[in-house]
Design a protein. Structure first.
Length: 105
């Protein structure tokens, strides 16, 4: 019967048998004989939240990230009518454009 213990392990023998601080011996079962499968991933960075293991996301380093250029909605007030630029296509920018000209929203 497998158990989880905080007792110190004195040594691990060649066949995997653990000898604990009080000379208690325990040989872990091979994976194919275990009743419950090991769910912890081999990656040491894995994190458990609730009953689920999560691996860190593979993302670009911060220096290689490129953020999209952003504009405030009020910047479009000076644009000509029916301008097709990205901020002008936003509904709130179109509302501000119409409000600045006294048109109905
Ligand atoms: Zn525009």
């Amino acid at each position: 019967m497998a158990s989880v213990t905080h007792r110190k392990i004195r040594r691990i023998e060649d066949d995997g048998t653990r000898v604990y601080w009080d000379y208690h011996r325990y040989t872990p079962l091979p994976d194919e004989d275990r009743t419950y499968a090991k769910r912890k991933p081999a990656d040491p960075r894995a994190l458990r939240f609730g009953s689920t293991w999560y691996l860190p996301l593979e993302v670009l380093p911060d220096k290689e990230r490129v953020m999209p250029e952003t504009f405030g909605d009020d910047q479009t007030v000076d644009h000509p009518a029916l301008c097709k630029c990205a901020p002008c296509l936003r509904p709130e920018a179109q509302r501000q454009w119409r409000r600045a000209r006294g048109l109905r929203p």
